[in-house]
Design a protein around this ligand. Structure first.
Ligand code: NAD
Ligand code: DAU
Length: 351
């Protein structure tokens, strides 16, 4: 093996796509997937590569510094790609502390562990921090998030991610840790936990359950296919410059209500329902507290400097995604039982 790459959060939505890409594309790398397996982590997501000879899974909690130091000592990674996080905004409103521990303390523990094994001479090593566009705050009707847009996080989730971004950059300036950061827009695709808008609504449409639209449904998100995000991380990890930030996004803005209506239409056709049938499930509910109005990423830097471009048009991507969830009913049913039902009850009962 030429390199050992440690990916945190590899059992989650984006992490599992990244682990699969790296395991298949780089047979000479050893890929270590470090994940605590919280409610959002699921090894079912990686069934197809779990026996690959260049893959290893380690169950560990990034908040536990001793445990993390031991893992780093054992594997001596040359590169770290850090995705492990609490990632759902609504949960951060219900329970901010979990986000502060995992996203801030957890990131600090990884930075300290990297320094510990690399010492002062980290030449050829790389600490890649995967972040979000939400750190930039909320846009009005016009404009885009650029790499030098000021930070203005407005939820406990985005504040915890912003804090971790600052720590990563501070370690680069102070301790010369070779870091790179990317900030990406909303991802969609297979294996996403059905608390997030797209898989939740696909599942509810299939089961004829209400579609709880927050506020008036006018908020705008910029959607990117998850496999395009994984490809961008690959390019940035290998070719990005130290200390740089790269914004990742698909120039694909949708109001929530237009997106939901599109999903209803596509699913009416796939489920053999009359056109307009699924739209009747739309229910306007109490808005999310502090709900950011609009996100939109300008990814020109990544496209120009590293020649990355999104591969999939949204209409094709959303259809592929719907097909995947309809075909993988068992994956969905395994998740939406037990604790998930309790979460759903609590989250939506007062709306
Ligand atoms: P996810 O919630 O699906 O997965 C998170 C993973 O991290 C899970 O496997 C979970 O078990 C693991 N994890 C959580 N706490 C941990 C801990 N204490 N120790 C070890 N592992 C732990 O998240 P996702 O949507 O795949 O997001 C991955 C990363 O990408 C996050 O850092 C998120 O902020 C960022 N991001 C997500 C999006 C998006 O649209 N989903 C967009 C931009 C950036
Ligand atoms: O922008 C990147 C971020 O995208 C990531 O950093 C986060 O990890 C990821 O969760 C996502 O955050 P959002 O809050 O934008 O995603 P979510 O799927 O929760 O919501 C998308 C939009 O849909 C948002 O405007 C809120 C709305 N919504 C969401 C849910 C779950 C509803 O109207 N009803 C719902 O039930």
């Amino acid at each position: 093996m030429t390199k050992t790459i440690l990916i945190t959060g590899g059992a989650g939505f984006i992490g599992s796509h990244l682990v699969r890409l790296f395991v298949n594309k780089y047979p000479d790398y050893k890929i270590v997937n470090l994940d605590k397996l919280t409610y959002a982590g699921n090894l079912e997501n990686l069934k197809d590569i779990e026996n690959a000879s260049n893959y290893e899974f380690v169950k560990a909690d990034i908040v536990d510094a001793d445990e993390i130091f031991k893992v780093f000592d054992k594997y001596q990674p040359d590169g770290i790609i850090h995705l492990a996080a609490e990632s759902h905004v609504d949960r951060s409103i219900a329970n901010p502390n979990e986000f502060i521990f995992t996203n801030i303390v957890g990131t600090a523990n990884l930075l300290n562990a990297a320094r510990n094994i690399w010492g002062d001479d980290a030449k050829g090593k790389r600490f890649y921090h995967v972040s979000t566009d939400e750190v930039y705050g909320s846009l009005g009707d016009t404009g885009f998030f650029l790499e030098d847009t000021s930070y203005d996080p407005r939820s406990p989730y985005s504040a915890s991610k912003a804090s971790s971004d600052h720590l990563v950059r501070a370690y680069a300036h102070t301790f010369k840790l070779p870091i790179v950061v990317s900030n990406c827009s909303n991802n969609y695709g297979s294996y996403q936990f059905p608390e997030k808008l797209i898989p939740l609504f696909i599942n509810n449409i299939r089961n004829n359950k209400a579609l709880p639209v927050y506020g008036k449904g006018e908020n705008i998100r910029d959607w990117l296919w998850v496999e395009d995000h994984a490809r961008a991380i690959d390019v940035i990890f290998h070719e990005g410059k130290n200390l740089e930030t790269y914004n990742i996004g698909g120039h694909n803005e949708w109001t929530n209500i237009d997106l939901i209506k599109l999903m209803c239409k596509v699913m009416d056709a796939k489920l053999g329902r009359k056109e307009g049938e699924s739209e009747k499930l739309i229910t306007y509910v109490k808005d999310r507290a502090g709900h950011d109005m609009r996100y939109a990423i300008d990814s020109t830097k990544l496209q120009k400097e590293l020649k990355w471009v999104p591969s999939l048009q949204f209409e094709e991507g959303i259809e592929k995604t719907i097909d995947w969830y309809l075909k993988n009913e068992e994956w969905m049913n395994n998740i939406t039982s037990g604790d998930y039902e309790k979460y759903y009850e609590k989250q939506y009962k007062e709306r």
